[in-house]
Design a protein around this ligand. Sequence first.
Ligand SMILES: CC(C)(COP(=O)(O)OP(=O)(O)OC[C@H]1O[C@@H](n2cnc3c(N)ncnc32)[C@H](O)[C@@H]1OP(=O)(O)O)[C@@H](O)C(=O)NCCC(=O)NCCS
Length: 157
Amino acid sequence: MIEDIEIREATLDDIPEITSIFRDTVRTVNSRDYNEKQIEVWASGADDIEKWEERIKKFYFLVAEVGTTIVGFSYLSKGYYLDGLFVHKDFQRRTIASKLLRIMESRVSINGFDTIKSDVSITALDFFDSHFYEVEKKQKKSHKGQVFENYIVYKDL
Ligand SMILES: CC(C)(COP(=O)(O)OP(=O)(O)OC[C@H]1O[C@@H](n2cnc3c(N)ncnc32)[C@H](O)[C@@H]1OP(=O)(O)O)[C@@H](O)C(=O)NCCC(=O)NCCS
């Protein structure tokens, strides 16, 4: 547990840190559940800077910081859809995702929705289960020639 986690909205200046967390976490954490080719395709999403700029501008995009280091981030689209949740590889299991998720859930309620939804990796399923999310379905998604198995989950707020 870390006591001094600060959460704030992301700015475009955070992109280098956000993308390196994304790349490293996919390579080191998600690699437990996906093969080498899938991981390289997934991690290469870090290089699409325009897409990250768009996410920060359009979505509700939060970063978690310890001191001046970004240790996790999450973004919400359409007002109710948790589109991403990633924690720094060296700060796993220290409640960072739980804190980000709690704020996202409050935001969804403030936005007037009763249910939060997400597409989650095999790796993250136990985390969402521990936060009382239900699995709507298991699915296969194609991305850049690779097929990824993941889960659509939801929680009534
Ligand atoms: C899933 C993820 C976001 C969880 O982040 P985290 O900050 O480590 O999660 P927390 O510390 O808040 O976890 C809270 C609880 O969730 C559960 N949990 C979290 N990760 C778990 C795991 N790998 N296995 C089992 N339970 C887990 C535990 O109950 C945990 O409490 P505990 O540590 O006291 O046992 C993080 O592992 C991650 O970045 N994964 C890779 C990226 C990813 O797949 N993101 C999902 C969107 S595609």
